[in-house]
Design a protein around this ligand. Structure first.
Ligand SMILES: [Mg+2]
Length: 114
């Protein structure tokens, strides 16, 4: 397992999560439960974003979380989701970027680099 200060590939991330989940009899949640967990974590992320950038301050008794940690929670669930369905996230990520770089290549205004 790579140490926590080293850069990690998506494959290593998937392996790390699989080793972690593999310790427990419960294993991965079902796709529907993972979908619910992802929605929970997206809500927690939204709460932090609203706290830092929005109009809704936290109550004094609310836990101090960070956007970083909530993004990482979402990432963990996404990796669990992929692992539970035997999806290679690195391959899927490359396919997604290929789509952006081909189908959507003229969609956004390029920064003039000359
Ligand atoms: Mg969370």
């Amino acid at each position: 397992m790579p140490d926590e200060k080293q850069a990690m590939t998506i494959a290593e991330m998937q392996r790390t999560v699989d080793e972690y989940i593999g310790q427990f009899k419960e294993g991965y949640f079902s796709p529907l439960a993972l979908m619910a967990r992802l929605t929970e974590e997206a809500g927690e992320l939204a709460r932090e974003v609203n706290h830092y950038y929005g109009e809704k301050p936290k109550r004094k008794d609310e836990a101090e979380n960070t956007i970083d940690m909530e993004l990482a929670d979402c990432l963990f669930i996404l990796v669990c989701f992929a692992n539970s369905l035997n999806i290679n996230l690195e391959k899927a990520f490359h396919a997604m970027m290929h789509k952006f770089n081909t189908r959507d290549k003229d969609r956004w205004t390029k920064i003039d680099t000359e």
